[in-house]
Design a protein. Structure first.
Length: 202
């Protein structure tokens, strides 16, 4: 059984900061929850391999292990919850999501993300762009961008805002699988960023 609300909250801290590591104490402060409760849940997530850890001196920092199948399920659930909150704030998004789902039935699209005023269609066959633009009302309010999986991954890896400020409107499971392939590169990015920070502080 996964999907416990506190567990989802802990995962969301890491999910919104995929290039960051956090101590359990930091997670407790971010969520404004008692340390013993966060510590207990975090240790469960570590035991399950959903979180990983790296030792730094006498302590350790945690990160989200994107290679773990259960972690991917948590990610997908969090993205569904974000999408639901978007609909609750503005009902017009239900019609937008319905339209995207209809497009997804006609074309092989891995996922669609809302980022600012852009709809990012991740698909191998980007030649469908003209057909979708001609048939869809989505172009009225959004810029439709069509990119393949590899190009999307490179952009996602390089763009912190895209990692954090997006909504997955189609196929959250596919989205989780796509970013899971970046796990090792995100780990390396963490180490490089930490090294640069340490160097700048010295």
């Amino acid at each position: 059984m996964i999907g416990n609300k506190l567990e989802q909250s802990i995962i969301s801290v890491f999910q919104e900061n995929l290039s960051e590591t956090f101590s359990i104490n930091s997670v407790s402060k971010i969520l404004k929850k008692s340390y013993p409760n966060i510590n207990k849940k975090s240790n469960f997530l570590l035991k399950e391999g959903i979180l990983g850890k790296i030792t730094i001196g006498n302590s350790y920092q945690c990160f989200l292990n994107l290679n773990n199948d259960k972690a991917k399920i948590y990610i997908a659930i969090n993205e569904l919850n974000k999408r639901d909150s978007l609909i609750q704030r503005d009902k017009i998004f239900q019609a937008i999501i319905d339209e995207i789902q209809q497009i997804g039935k006609r074309h092989n699209i891995e996922t669609v993300m809302l980022y600012k005023k852009n709809l990012l269609f991740v698909c191998d066959n980007i030649e469908i762009k003209q057909e979708i633009q001609n048939m869809s009302f989505l172009t009225k309010d959004f810029v439709l961008l069509f990119i393949d999986r590899k190009t999307f991954q490179e952009r996602f890896l390089a763009d912190y805002d895209l990692q954090k400020y997006h909504y997955v409107l189609l196929n959250t499971e596919n989205y989780a699988n796509i970013i899971s392939e970046l796990n090792d590169r995100l780990l390396m990015k963490r180490f490089i960023d930490k090294a640069r920070t340490t160097k700048n502080e010295s």
